[in-house]
Write a new protein. Structure first.
Length: 31
């Protein structure tokens, strides 16, 4: 597993985007 693999970085960026989306929805529910 090469940490500099583009698909690997794309995977983590996608996970980060989904996490931010979920956090945003959670904050919207609380507000």
């Amino acid at each position: 597993m090469n940490p500099m693999n583009p698909s690997h970085l794309w995977n983590w960026s996608l996970i980060g985007a989904l996490t931010l989306l979920v956090l945003g929805l959670a904050v919207a529910e609380v507000m």
